[in-house]
Design a protein around this ligand. Structure first.
Ligand code: NI
Length: 167
């Protein structure tokens, strides 16, 4: 297992579109293990492969307090969505930034698990928000892109300032 390097917004590589996983193999599972270790260490509730510079359709989520309910989504597809909700979101690729984003309240998603087995999941509340956020990463979209361009440039300035300070 290893901790992976997380790309930080506005890194261009966060805008790459992830390709479907052709076959779920040991290599996929080993990546997922590393992603889980990286997410728990951060700590975060979700992590997409895009964020660790692997451009395959894989993301993980664990919204439990005990960090013992890891959910793996490979080649996720949104089957249906309904309702609307606003939730404050953060992202390991945009450290220290929390902003409110409008999402669907309920979703049904289909994906493969870490053994390549298909499953269907109905989610609402925070898990639904988390899944939509991670699915966006696979499409090359970071949550701050839902904000006004003024807010986005403020966030970029804040991140640059912090990067300079930590050098
Ligand atoms: Ni994120």
């Amino acid at each position: 297992m290893a901790l992976l390097n997380i790309l930080h917004y506005p890194d261009e590589r966060l805008h790459k579109i992830a390709k479907p996983v052709i076959e779920v193999t040991e290599k996929t599972r080993s990546l997922i293990k590393d992603m889980a270790e990286t997410m728990y260490a951060a700590p975060g509730v979700g992590l997409a492969a895009t964020q660790v510079n692997v451009h395959e359709q894989i993301f993980i989520a664990d919204i439990s307090e005990e960090h013992n309910q890891l959910q793996v989504f490979i080649n996720p597809k949104l089957i249906s969505s309904s309702g609307e909700e606003e939730c404050e979101e953060g992202c390991l690729s945009v450290p220290g930034v929390y902003e409110t984003v409008k999402r669907c309240e309920r979703i049904i998603v289909e994906a493969l698990d870490k053994n390549g087995k298909p499953f269907r999941l109905e989610a609402d509340g925070f898990l639904a928000v988390c899944i939509q956020h991670e699915m966006d990463h696979l499409k090359g979209k970071v949550f701050v892109e839902y904000l006004s361009s003024l807010k986005q440039s403020r966030i970029r300035a804040k991140i640059k300032k912090r990067q300079r300070e930590t050098l």
